[in-house]
Design a protein around this ligand. Structure first.
Ligand code: AMP
Ligand code: GLY
Length: 426
């Protein structure tokens, strides 16, 4: 079978790399891909939001399965377009992907399914939101309702901050139309973790637990990014907590969606806050995490293609299981200097081969491009240097040993990836 992966980041590189190992797969294509993906898949120059272009490519080339990486094409209806032409595609359709695309919708579904989540109110009018904030007696988080590239959430510590966050989102429209309505919710305390699962509309197969590192600098300081590193498993999300998430979050949610006439087929990603009262949902995503996918797929022993194909075709994944390497994996993101603010592109990257000579290391590319035979930077997050090992201290060391062999001007990375998990070791 031929498979097409849609997207161009580190997550899509990991997907191409893993899918290419399947005995069911002859050839993997990636649209549009990047400089590094080109060594694991055939990159085709079609943008990830060009739905007619992608549809035509899939028909012309006899692609048997399309796997969508990022959220934007899902929200734009790529799955609906493919299904109307009977082209197998893995991902939730437009209505289902509102779980990520509208925070107000996600909160409403959670309320109906009694999913543990922060108490909230939705406002479409700034005056009403202002009076609510003024009368609130605990710290608040202000969220733009719509997609804002992970940036439309402001965590506040005082009423003044909350009111100015509201103005930024709703009045100045810092995130455009995403801020036409806002979710105001209570601020939760705890450690964050990611729980990612595959759902066929009824049954759910969980992936291993993982944890992202969103802030730009060590010790979770600085502005939020798309994610500066990740590891799996996340000790904070132990077996009991995972079972709780399946029973109290994912299954009830999928049933409530069914009542709405939404058959959720694709990745269901719960961003969790591990509170004193157990796991609470901060958000849902309709796709795999980036960078969580990189360490997750390094640890995945099973072929994931049967699960993706079955789900895409509307089949059942009941009783399917995935098996994982016992040891952990750690991914350190190397970013361009200045990211998540402005940064330079086109810096030559050296040492990639040396890094991958370390056994158990794979470098997943995010913002890279081949220029005259050299790999150069072309985005904010550039590489996800990922190691698989026997135990956490050794795996962290291995990932950083690989990072130290790679260089490009201005390279920036966090030096504390995995430290939260280290603190939890017995
Ligand atoms: P979201 O996109 O909703 O996950 O929010 C982005 C980030 O904002 C999360 O990863 C958390 O760090 C933070 N956040 C969101 N909601 C809350 C909340 N209710 N309490 C505390 N932090 C939050
Ligand atoms: N790593 C966070 C996300 O993919 O949303």
């Amino acid at each position: 079978m031929k498979v097409l992966v849609v997207g161009s980041g580190g997550r899509e590189h990991a997907l191409c790399w893993k899918i290419a190992q399947s005995s069911l797969v002859g050839e993997v294509f990636c649209a549009p891909g990047n400089g590094g993906i080109a060594s694991d898949a055939v990159c085709v120059d079609i943008g990830s939001n060009d739905i007619p272009g992608l549809t035509k490519f899939v028909k012309d080339n006899g692609i048997g399965l399309t796997v969508v990486g990022p959220e934007a094409p899902l929200a734009a209806g790529i799955v609906d377009a493919f299904r109307s032409e009977r082209l197998p595609i893995f991902g939730p359709d437009m209505r289902a992907s509102r779980l990520e695309g509208s925070k107000a919708f996600a909160k409403e579904m959670m309320r109906r399914a009694a999913v543990p989540t922060a108490r909230f109110r939705v406002f479409t009018e700034a005056g009403a939101a202002r009076s609510f904030i003024t009368g609130a007696d605990s710290p608040l988080v202000i969220k733009a309702d719509g997609l804002a590239a992970g940036k439309g959430v402001i965590v506040t510590s005082s009423k003044e901050e909350a009111l100015s966050a509201l103005d930024e989102i709703m009045v100045s429209r810092a995130f455009g139309e995403a801020g036409a309505s806002v979710v105001v919710e209570e601020r939760l305390e705890g450690e964050e973790a990611s729980f990612i699962a595959i759902c066929d509309g009824e049954h759910i197969v969980p992936l291993a637990s993982s944890q992202d590192h969103k802030p730009a600098f060590d010790n979770d300081r600085g502005p939020n990014t798309g994610g500066m590193g990740a590891y799996s498993p996340a000790p904070v999300l132990d077996q009991a907590a995972c079972e709780q998430v399946m029973e109290k979050v994912l299954y009830p949610l999928v049933r409530v969606l069914q009542q709405e006439g939404i058959i959720y087929r694709g990745v269901l990603y719960a961003g969790l806050m591990m509170t004193e009262n157990g796991p609470y949902v901060l958000e849902f995503n309709a796709r795999m995490g980036d960078p969580e996918t990189q360490p997750l797929l390094m640890r995945l022993k099973s072929d994931m293609v049967p699960l993706l194909a079955e789900t895409a075709q509307g089949g059942s994944i009941r009783d399917r299981e995935l098996s994982w390497q016992e040891g952990p994996s750690v991914c350190v993101v190397m970013a361009s200097g200045g990211y998540p603010g402005g940064y330079e592109k086109g810096r030559v990257i050296e040492g990639l081969g040396d890094a991958e000579n370390i056994p158990g290391v794979k470098v997943f590319h995010a913002g890279t491009r081949l220029a005259d035979g050299r790999m150069v930077t072309s985005g904010g997050r550039v590489l996800g240097v990922t190691a698989l090992g026997e135990n956490l201290p050794q795996t962290i060391d291995k990932a950083y040993a690989a990072v130290s062999r790679i260089s490009f001007e201005g390279a920036h990375f966090r030096k504390d990836i995995g430290h939260k998990a280290l603190k939890r070791l017995p």
